[in-house]
Design a protein around this ligand. Structure first.
Ligand code: NDP
Length: 294
């Protein structure tokens, strides 16, 4: 029986994850198909219930369901629980286990960006959704001393900070209102800037003006393409990285959870490149532009 793994999001028209995961299954001769399920929030519970069937190995969960899926699983890993967001489901019999492999993916991406330099201690995070939660969890555990979260809707940033409450008690984790002058003041002191909003995904806009970027910043955009923010940052003299490494490594970790086998990371990376160069712009649900066959 061909096993099934699904990506549940809304929308999930075209996906870099599908290209990566199917290439990995095929490369290792695993009889499994990676499917895209576009399910609006009202249909999420029904879709999750369907995964209890024997043919399913598990699932990826994406925009906008990563936080909403939490109460629908039978068990969460400690990491998923601490993060408050789930991006991968595995099975224990008919039971569903929620994981968060974005955390591991982000850590690989940050380590690669910082390279041999000492890991900084002060970060500014733009965004407070599921991706931002994985970022903040990682930064807290990486030993950052000050992390400031800016979000369009301040209350969501405040909820995020509240969620981390005790685990971040030793450090300064705060949500601040999205005002350019406040972002500028924080950025002048920070060493790391993470964009975990979806600004720049569908169009060529940046969440912040180029003028407030300082040259000694490490800038990581979770979006997997050279966004305007990254181009502005590179022009300002910053070290930059897009979301490709994070996507690849969260996917590799999910693959291992489903199959018990080491992920063929190079094969997945090549499939990612081919799909992206063919015009697929989304791993996460937003419809791609110039859609390629995946
Ligand atoms: P969510 O839907 O959970 O959160 C979206 C975030 O973007 C919120 O903070 C939201 O703010 C903000 N936002 C959206 N539109 C605007 C806007 N017009 N102005 C200001 N803020 C806006 O999504 P995720 O957290 O899951 O994903 C966020 C981004 O990160 C996406 O681009 C996604 O592709 C990327 N990502 C990449 C990963 C990777 O592996 N590389 C992994 C996870 C995410 P508000 O709360 O105010 O609406």
């Amino acid at each position: 029986m061909t096993k099934r793994v699904v990506l549940i999001g809304h929308p999930v028209a075209h996906s870099l994850s599908a290209a990566m995961q199917q290439a990995a299954f095929d490369h290792l001769g695993i009889d499994a198909a990676y499917e895209l399920w576009d399910r609006p929030p009202a249909e999420l519970a029904e879709a999750i219930a369907e995964l209890r069937g024997d043919e399913f190995l598990g699932a990826n969960i994406t925009i906008p369901h990563k936080e909403r899926v939490v109460p629908l699983v039978d068990r969460q890993t400690e990491e998923a629980h601490a993060t408050g967001a789930v991006n991968t489901l595995t099975k224990e019999g008919k039971k569903l286990v929620g994981h968060n492999t974005d955390v591991a993916g982000f850590k690989v991406a940050l380590d690669k960006l910082v390279g041999r330099q000492k890991m900084p201690r002060y970060a500014v995070v733009l965004g407070a959704g599921g991706g931002a939660r994985a970022v903040v969890h990682s930064l807290v555990h990486e030993g950052f001393q000050r992390v400031i979260v800016f979000n369009r809707h301040l209350h969501r940033g405040e909820q995020l900070v509240k969620h981390f409450g005790r685990s971040a008690a030793h450090m300064d984790l705060r949500a601040m209102p999205w005002h350019e002058s406040i972002i500028e003041a924080e950025l002048s002191k920070a060493k790391v800037l993470i964009n975990a909003t979806s600004i720049g995904l569908a169009d060529d806009t940046s969440p912040i003006p180029a003028e407030i970027l300082t040259p000694d910043l490490f800038v990581l955009d979770l979006i997997y393409k050279p966004t305007r923010l990254l181009r502005d940052a590179a022009s300002a003299g910053c070290a930059t990285s897009d979301g490709e490494t994070m996507l690849l490594h969260q996917g590799a970790a999910a693959f291992t959870l489903w199959t018990g086998q080491p992920a063929p990371v190079e094969v997945m990376h090549e499939a990612f490149r081919v799909a992206r160069d063919g015009g697929v712009t989304s791993a996460e649900g937003e419809p791609g532009v110039n859609v390629a066959a995946v």
